[in-house]
Design a protein around this ligand. Structure first.
Ligand code: MG
Length: 159
């Protein structure tokens, strides 16, 4: 059976933190605040996989009250969700994500992010789409307070 899941995440920008998206550190004067490395793209993709599995959400699986996730590399969350999918005989066949942010410009980093995400998702980079757009100056994204990510993941039986 083919399954589809939707994920969303947002984090505030914060000084003195690295900006990590999709497991790639992006040069910028601010990073994202959070308990883990605050990689909103990995968090949205993790939630999309968990949604496809009807397996709860990232907050239930990796609670921020658990000190073992402090500063965690969020690619671990994605990898764990992929492992859970594998237990059900499912593999990621497609991922599409949109990063909403005013800064930094994402286009120079998209191919590196696609390659890194594909490694973690165990699929080909040609099946991983990462897009970026501004929010036209509107709302918390528009004011540069933080960024948001939306992601859709498709799972299919492993061939
Ligand atoms: Mg998050």
């Amino acid at each position: 059976m083919i399954r589809t899941g939707l994920g969303y995440d947002s984090h505030r920008f914060a000084d003195g933190r690295p900006l990590v998206l999709g497991g790639v550190t992006i040069p910028h004067d601010r990073g994202l605040a959070g308990h883990s490395d605050a990689d909103a793209l990995c968090h949205a993709v993790t939630d999309a996989i968990l949604g496809a599995l009807v397996a709860g959400d990232i907050g239930q699986r990796f609670p921020d009250t658990d000190p073992s996730w402090t500063g965690a590399d969020s690619t671990r969350f994605v990898a764990e969700a992929v492992r859970l999918a594998g237990e059900q005989g499912l593999a990621v066949t497609h991922c599409d994500a949109t990063v909403l942010t005013e800064v930094p410009k994402m286009s120079p980093h998209v191919s590196a992010i696609r390659r890194r995400l594909a490694e973690i998702l165990r699929c080909d980079p040609s099946a991983v789409s990462v897009k970026a757009k501004t929010n036209e100056g509107m709302g918390f994204v528009g004011r540069g307070e933080g960024l948001a990510v939306m992601a859709v993941v498709t799972l299919a039986p492993r061939g």
